[in-house]
Ligand binder design. Structure first.
Ligand code: ADP
Ligand code: MG
Length: 312
């Protein structure tokens, strides 16, 4: 123990106590360096997606009701950019992600990827390059992995679909490199999904999404089903890979603190519409006009700020 102050009323166990510069500025633990964003790679123009559902679940009268999940959704996304998409549950976030992926087709409007329009092409009719270019990390890794296939086999299967590698040996080697990329031990290649934790499963999901060197990755609430203790590590991993690969990341989330931390721009959705779109600083800055921008930002409080409009 060494005396820590002049009169000896405090002592310190630290041997190098005297070397500490108490006036040195604080260093931020992890300063995120954002890469430069590139050209526009994805453009949505007046995208509409309506679902037709039976008017009554009890009586099959043949009457149909229309659910307007997406209404005139327009935005652009650039190379290397992280665009966060926020909005209350049911506002149509997953719907536009499904249309982009080809899991649903659009009712109206266009989605332009490079110079190709893909809004009407379901995933089974898309060419290999388009399928590899637009990938998704799903909300729940428990549902998306095949329970009866080893981790290695699932990633090799994705490589086969994306036509990566000339033979099985090359694909196996690439799969091991993808495990390195998502920071899983290579020994996990022979494990079954049930032998993995939620966070580890999501890492496999991320490895699959990047297996074909995707240009655009949609992460639909990628950590919300995971244990809180692993959420930050999985989010950081996704960001790290996105920066290295210059991927366009569409990050759908409820968590405004994560959104603020990782995104370049933020798009706020409400009842199928885009109600605000701007740089992260702009969207999170307090409103400058005397009239509050009603509904323009998702409220972190459980009380909704706006009266919910009746959905047709
Ligand atoms: P979010 O991801 O923002 O929570 P969704 O895109 O999942 O919202 O849903 C938007 C709206 O579309 C909701 O009202 C939902 O009930 C409806 N919806 C989603 N999928 C279907 C479907 N396959 N058939 C009918 N309605 C759907
Ligand atoms: Mg959703």
């Amino acid at each position: 123990m060494a005396p820590a102050n002049e009169d000896g009323s405090h002592e310190s166990r630290c041997l190098r106590f005297k070397e500490i510069d108490w006036n040195a500025p604080l260093e931020l633990a992890d300063v995120k360096t954002k890469g430069d964003v590139g050209d526009v790679v994805l453009k949505m123009d007046n995208l509409k997606k309506y679902y037709e559902v039976a008017a009554s679940a009890l009586f099959s009268s043949g009457e149909k009701k229309v659910v307007k999940a997406n209404e005139t959704l327009s935005f652009e996304a650039r190379e290397s950019e992280t665009l966060a998409i926020v909005g209350e549950s049911g506002c149509g976030k997953s719907t536009f992600a499904k249309v982009l992926m080809g899991l649903e087709t659009a009712t109206e409007g266009t989605i332009t990827l490079g110079n190709k329009q893909i809004q009407d092409i379901p995933i089974e009719d898309r060419d290999t390059q388009t399928v590899a270019d637009v990938q998704m990390v799903f909300q729940n890794p428990f549902d998306t992995l095949n329970p009866s296939m080893t981790v290695g086999r699932q990633i090799v299967r994705a490589l086969e679909i994306f036509k990566v590698g000339n033979n099985e040996a090359e694909r196996w080697q690439r799969m091991l490199e993808l495990l390195d990329l998502v920071k899983l031990p290579r020994a996990f290649a022979t494990r079954m999904p049930r032998q993995l934790s939620g966070g580890q499963k999501q890492r496999v999901g991320i490895a699959r999404a990047f297996a074909g060197d995707a240009k655009i990755v949609v992460a639909d609430e990628p950590v919300s089903a995971l244990d809180v203790s692993v959420q930050a590590a999985v989010t950081d991993l996704l960001m790290e890979i996105q920066r290295e690969h210059k991927t366009t990341l569409l990050f759908i989330s409820h968590d405004l603190s994560i959104v603020r931390y990782l995104s370049d721009r933020v798009m706020v959705m409400y009842l199928g519409h885009v109600v605000e779109l701007g740089s992260t600083d702009q969207v999170f800055s307090p409103p400058t006009t005397p009239t509050p921008r009603r509904c323009s930002r998702p409220s972190p409080s459980p009380t909704p700020r706006c009266k919910k409009a009746h959905r047709a």
